[in-house]
Design a protein around this ligand. Sequence first.
Ligand SMILES: Cc1cc2nc3c(=O)[nH]c(=O)nc-3n(C[C@H](O)[C@H](O)[C@H](O)COP(=O)(O)O)c2cc1C
Length: 213
Amino acid sequence: MQNAQTTGPVRIGLIVGSTRPGRRGAAVAGWVTEVASRHPAVRGGDAVVELVDLAEQELPLLDEPVPALFGDYRHPHTRRWSTVVGGCDAFVFVTPDYNRSIPAALKNAVDYLYAEWNDKAAGVVNYGVQGGNRAGDHLQAVLGEVRVAVVPTRVSLSLFTDFDFSQAQPGDPTAGRIAPAGEREEALVTMLAEVVSWSRALRATAGEPARVG
Ligand SMILES: Cc1cc2nc3c(=O)[nH]c(=O)nc-3n(C[C@H](O)[C@H](O)[C@H](O)COP(=O)(O)O)c2cc1C
């Protein structure tokens, strides 16, 4: 990815927040990608969606000596991650609920950077046994600290209603084909439109002072 642009299509980084082998996150991200490819904003050239898989970033637990706020990165993995996030204009986060919150890998990835997140729009797709909203709520609070504007529409997928276990082998912890209810796609379409329009609005303010007075 290159640096975020002030013109041209909105580049949306689709961040896959779980990293474990057999994760459902890859299938959820595949569904988001498929719906996005049919979205008017993408078809019309106003937005592009690029997969950002945390499992491929290989970020260790935060090992930078200087807080990200100062942008003084010492490690190649941080500079690589900085280029990836800095190249996005906006984000869609795909996160499961792990014990009432987001996966440690996702929190760690957010903590690595600061300016690269600032003043960008994001949508959240959360999933879990109970829909994953507690993880989504935590993620929204975390993103607020790095000045990411989370759009109002969120997509919540429940393992009970939005995955099909009819072909699953008993006891298989990776089982379940993604099969979201119709209104989930409607919510995702709305969310993507909000991400694009908020991102354009935030681009228009780029370079203006963050605070007045
Ligand atoms: C460590 C761990 C903790 C979990 N905690 C919760 C939870 O608190 N609430 C919930 O609804 N689901 C919970 N789940 C179920 C996950 O949301 C579900 O298995 C989901 O598929 C995990 O995402 P992944 O497959 O992308 O790793 C948990 C799963 C794991 C692995």
